[in-house]
Design a binder for this molecule. Structure first.
Ligand code: NAG
Ligand code: NAG
Ligand code: NAG
Ligand code: NAG
Ligand code: NAG
Ligand code: NAG
Length: 401
């Protein structure tokens, strides 16, 4: 109580420390030691976000308000500080900005054309994730729980060298965007309580194209890198994913026609994930085509290769008209947690065509041989199927099949 009443007075006494200074087209932000540095950062975006440079220097920053900046233009943003999104969960739940997709929302949104956001290996984003995890209590898609960073109608963007620790929800989301490079990123969200890290995805894309992700290390409790509806031309290279869902197409096709095409995932290592190289769709309309997973290595993955046209409900699988074609899995090796290497079920209405499996070496971690279950796939796939995959086969097993 006493602290709360004297803190504002103390703040009033040191206003000179606050802030943002502008020199020519360069805006420099320094930590104010206050409860909220977002006003200084928003000043910098306003003053230097077009044809300028923004330098958020080293030090500790507290972010207590949504930052939503959609008019960046020819701007280089450097961050060397640690930004902590505060733990006023009720504020964020009420005020996070909508990103439309599945009623999700975000705490920090950037849009515009020709900008960079570089952390030089020094920027650290801390979302107070444990507080969100404990509030969420293993629920799915809690309303108002904000995505850490969203690119929204962004074009020609480079994001580099940023570390995340304890994100609020998904670490990054790229929507309605084009020509996006995201390199050398390090993300980690874990829980020290009984509640899990549900929905802490590393990356999700939606309605976007021409995306390159390179050199990512992610520890999270959900999809590591998920390419969602209406994404095309996505290249993921050199990603290491712990405790996650690794490389994913989907989920997609939930009540709307959606497409994904031209995606390459390569040079990936994953440990203790649910799946490694997989495709999940709702029974819907649209297509997934021309996707390659290659040079994917892993240890202790629940069900490494998995394809489902009826994710989550595991029902009406054969009603799906979302066509999956021309998908290659090449050089896929590692250990499965149980005795299933691959479970591929395609819709009876639109069987999969052009699936190719080359050089697949998956062994159960406790020895024996791994099953390869397939239904409604092209017979020349190269996957040496050991039996049929039942409709509605689950994404994660709890023991040998
Ligand atoms: C930005 O600030 C850092 C200190 O955090 C400094 O080393 C760097 O030179 C500054 N960049 C510019 C363009 O002023
Ligand atoms: C973005 O950069 C491209 C290529 O340099 C340029 O053609 C375009 O005009 C720039 N966009 C804006 C809004 O300045
Ligand atoms: C890859 O990213 C990590 C940060 O996660 C960085 O430390 C490392 O230098 C990067 N490697 C290369 C080759 O850039
Ligand atoms: C690939 O990822 C590993 C693990 O993060 C990193 O050490 C290495 O520098 C990366 N290599 C390249 C070429 O980015
Ligand atoms: C398939 O996707 C790859 C990227 O993975 C791309 O280079 C290639 O051009 C695509 N093929 C077709 C026929 O579009
Ligand atoms: C698959 O692995 C083999 C052996 O390591 C390697 O020679 C080949 O280049 C790899 N294929 C691709 C597409 O990278």
């Amino acid at each position: 109580m006493i602290l709360q009443t004297i803190l504002p007075l103390w703040l009033l006494a040191v206003p000179a420390l606050a802030g943002m200074t502008k020199t020519g087209t360069l805006c420099t932000v320094t930590p104010s030691g206050s409860r909220d540095d977002s006003p200084s950062i928003m000043d910098a975006f306003r003053e230097c976000g077009q044809n300028g440079q923004i330098n958020i220097t080293s030090g500790d920053y507290t972010i207590a308000r949504v930052m939503d900046v959609l008019n960046l233009k020819n701007c280089d943003i450097s961050i060397r500080g640690k930004l902590t999104w505060n733990d006023d969960l009720n504020y964020w739940i009420r005020n996070s900005v909508s990103v439309t997709y599945a009623q999700r929302s975000t705490a920090f949104r950037l849009g515009g054309e020709n900008f960079t956001l570089r952390g030089h290996g020094e920027a650290l984003f801390d979302g107070n994730g444990q507080k969100w995890i404990d509030r969420n209590r293993d629920g799915s898609n809690m309303n108002g729980r904000p995505i850490s960073l969203t690119l929204w109608y962004a074009k020609n963007v480079w994001i580099d060298g940023i570390t995340w620790r304890q994100a609020q929800f998904w670490h990054t989301f790229v929507a309605h965007s084009q020509n996006i490079r995201m390199t050398n990123l390090d993300m980690k969200t874990v829980s020290n309580s009984r509640w899990g890290t549900v929905n802490t995805d590393g990356f999700d894309s939606w309605n976007s194209q021409d995306i390159v992700l390179k050199n990512w290390t992610v520890t999270c409790g959900d999809d590591c890198i998920a390419v969602k509806g209406n994404s095309k031309n996505v290249h993921v290279q050199n990603a290491t994913c712990y405790e996650s869902g690794a490389m994913v197409i989907g989920s997609m096709g939930n009540g709307v026609r959606e497409t994904v095409e031209n995606v390459l995932f390569e040079d990936v290592y994953t440990y203790h994930a649910s799946n490694a190289a997989w495709i999940k769709t709702y029974p819907g309309q649209g297509y997934v085509r021309n996707v390659t997973f290659r040079n994917i290595k892993f240890d202790d993955v629940n069900q490494p290769i998995y394809v489902s046209p009826c994710i989550y409900s595991y029902r009406n699988c054969d009603s799906s008209r979302l066509k999956i074609s021309d998908i290659t899995w090449e050089n896929i090796s590692g250990t499965s947690r149980y005795n299933v290497a691959a479970a591929v079920y395609c819709s009876g209405s639109v069987p999969c065509t052009g699936l190719k499996f080359k050089n697949i070496d998956i062994r159960p971690k406790n020895g024996g041989t791994a099953k390869r279950l397939c239904t409604n796939i092209n017979s020349d796939s190269g996957l040496d199927c050991t039996g049929r995959c039942p409709a509605g086969w689950v994404q994660q097993l709890s023991g040998n099949a």
